[in-house]
Ligand binder design. Structure first.
Ligand code: HEM
Length: 481
């Protein structure tokens, strides 16, 4: 069962993530107002802001999923508060280094820092800023890798390899030892996270070899494959960590029977594990030197990575809520809306990953449209559901919806309005990553202004969530807890 130090470190994580989230949303709003021409940032300041926003967001929501499963794992296996503290310290140091590299050093190669852009002679900033940026990734990577390996090792003490993948369920017969869905999904996601962090280690070593040794030149295609294997996989696996929390908590909070692992749940998540690792190839469609076979794998894996997990989860959640008396607390509403946001964003992603569509939608605002949908209105809400539940658990307060409906209304209107402006921009070919839109793109700026105001509404909703959570989380430190 959860111990006091685990509660304390989880509280500090939750508060840290939410503070960084509010700051990063503000950076996002500044960018949208700049694109709407209400603000006038210098181009390199815009791109430094984009870089800070992108890396911080991807980092904190991957960490949020790890925080959730680290806490909930203590129901099944012994977990370590020490490793969580270690990862927290590394994350905070990493954030300070990252923000210094972008805001003080003006590093602005975006969260994808695509080779050879960060290196001389291409870099439009000082060499120390590239160094600091790459070392900040090392610090994040070490913290999360050690933490993830630690969690995986704890799972493997209680469950065999066959059991973590729930293979004993695939026969359809009732197995002797059942694998809880939470263990299956956490294991599948942790393995993906460990693999993509290892790819990041190789990528960073290649960068450092070229930076610190004369005569070394990396292969640009290999570097791009490694970058997207790392970044795309991390962003995707983060979502599945949030789903693990939903499988564990949604029936419990709703007063229903726990979800079980069936043959189709086991099969769905095993397929997801394999296909998520190869879906990143869809980022390489425009790299014509990439072997053709990988492009086909990219398209097929993009379909198969999302479909089994989405179908199985949508079915499980639908059977939970359809014609059943379920207790609708704020936690469960966040979970439910988060699943819907994840599915909508997933459909947008599949549309984009189809090669014939990608020729038109490539590098338009359709791309941030779909990933902001399954992040800001998907994974963020799933993790927030966990944060809300944990904060109420720590403080022993009743988790109701009644007094919080204005908060939810703000999040829904602000969040979906914000992403809708991205979709409308993408559908009319407004390019992504432009600090200011060229004159020929008539509706880029008005859509950006509208999006910025919707995001302000979302920010106010988040602030209200934050204030409630922070009050409850601090109770984890009171002697009575
Ligand atoms: C309301 C909250 C948010 C706002 C206002 C916002 C705003 C923005 C804006 C304006 C951009 C630049 C889009 C472009 O022109 O290409 C952007 C990019 C980005 N955002 Fe957000 N965002 C929000 C939430 C999130 C969340 C929750 C995540 C991830 C968990 C995220 C991850 C990213 C990433 C990775 C990029 C970089 C995209 C690229 O490099 O093309 N954002 N965001």
């Amino acid at each position: 069962m959860e111990n006091r130090s685990l509660k304390k470190v989880t509280s500090v994580w939750i508060i840290t993530i939410l503070v960084l989230f509010l700051a990063s949303i503000t950076l996002g709003i500044i960018m949208r107002f700049n694109q709407g021409t209400q603000l006038h940032l210098k181009p390199n300041t815009f791109y430094a802001t984009l870089t800070t926003h992108g890396v911080t967001m991807i980092g904190i929501w991957a960490a949020a999923g790890l925080v959730a499963i680290n806490y909930l794992l203590s129901r099944y296996v012994k977990t370590s508060a020490g490793l969580s503290i270690f990862a927290l310290v590394f994350t905070v140091i990493g954030v300070v280094m990252l923000w210094m590299s972008t805001f003080a050093g003006n590093f602005h190669a975006a969260w994808t820092f695509l080779y050879p852009l960060p290196l001389a002679p291409y870099a439009a900033w000082k060499a120390w800023a590239t160094n600091l940026f790459l070392w900040s990734l090392v610090v994040f990577g070490v913290g999360w890798l050690v933490w993830s390996v630690g969690m995986m090792a704890q799972i493997l003490r209680n469950y065999s390899i066959t059991e973590i993948f729930a293979w004993q369920h695939l026969t359809g017969k009732e197995p002797e030892k059942k694998t809880p869905p939470f263990i299956l999904i956490s294991s599948v996601s942790l393995i993906g996270i460990i693999l993509c962090l290892l790819a990041a280690v190789v990528l960073l070593v290649f960068f450092f070899m070229e930076m610190y040794t004369t005569g070394v030149k990396n292969d640009a295609l290999l570097m791009k494959n490694l970058t997207y294997f790392f970044g795309h996989t991390l962003a995707n696996e983060a979502l599945y960590l949030g789903l693990a929390a939903v499988y564990e908590l949604m029936p419990e909070v709703g007063g229903r029977k726990k979800f079980g692992t069936t043959w189709y749940v086991a099969l769905g998540w095993n397929c997801t594990m394999v296909f998520v690792l190869t879906a990143f190839f869809h980022h390489m469609y425009m790299d014509f030197v990439q072997p053709g076979g990988f492009q086909i794998v990219g398209q097929l894996a993009s379909y198969f990575a999302s479909l089994p997990a989405a179908a199985v989860t949508a079915f499980s959640v639908a059977t939970l809520v359809y014609r059943n008396r379920i207790k609708w607390s704020f936690t469960n509403l966040l979970f439910f809306i988060g699943i819907i946001g994840w599915l909508i964003g997933g459909v947008g992603a599949v549309i984009d990953s189809t090669i014939s569509n990608n020729i038109i939608l490539h590098n338009t605002l359709w791309v941030p449209a779909h990933f902001h949908t399954y992040n800001a209105m998907g994974n963020v809400l799933l993790c927030l559901g966990f944060f809300w539940w944990a904060a109420h658990d720590f403080s022993g307060t009743r988790d109701t919806f009644r007094s919080h409906w204005p908060t939810l209304t703000l999040l829904l209107i602000g969040g979906f309005g914000f992403v809708l402006m991205f979709y409308l921009g993408g559908a009319s070919s407004v390019p992504r990553r432009y600090a200011v839109y060229p004159e020929g793109i008539a509706n880029g700026a008005p859509l950006a202004t509208a999006a910025a105001w919707f995001a302000v509404v979302y920010l106010v909703g988040m602030l209200m969530v934050f204030l409630t959570i922070i009050r409850r989380c601090t109770k984890a430190f009171s002697p009575a807890s």
